[in-house]
Design a protein around this ligand. Structure first.
Ligand SMILES: *[C@@H]1O[C@H](CO)[C@@H](O)[C@H](O)[C@H]1NC(C)=O
Length: 98
């Protein structure tokens, strides 16, 4: 239990230093204008992406990746390279913080 706490603190410390924590969910800070109205990858859930609708201290929204066409039942995955939701047939796993 104590070791877990130490590891968690270390992870948070590393995230603060390096700006990217591969074990976190990559939730962006909406008070930073570079994060507003851009799709940001959720490391824990490729069917969703983070979205800051406006500048402020609110939590970002976890938006679901939309189907490829309006009347499609298909789901898509978030592609961090193109910052868009793409069909799973084209989706590839990319290591967080790569
Ligand atoms: C906002 O985010 C960018 C990119 O991650 C970073 O370079 C910048 O230092 C951040 N600004 C603030 C005020 O945290």
């Amino acid at each position: 239990m104590k070791a877990a706490l130490v590891l968690l603190c270390l992870a948070l410390f590393m995230a603060a230093v390096y700006g990217c924590n591969p074990d976190g969910n990559n939730k962006p800070d909406c008070t930073n204008s570079t994060n507003v109205e851009v799709r940001i990858r959720n490391f824990w859930d490729p069917t969703h992406y983070w979205w800051c609708a406006s500048l402020g201290s609110q939590d970002p929204e976890a938006k679901i990746c939309e189907p490829p066409t309006d009347d499609s039942e298909e789901t898509t995955g978030f592609d961090p390279t193109s910052k868009s939701c793409i069909p799973w047939s084209q989706w590839k796993y990319i290591t967080p913080c790569a």
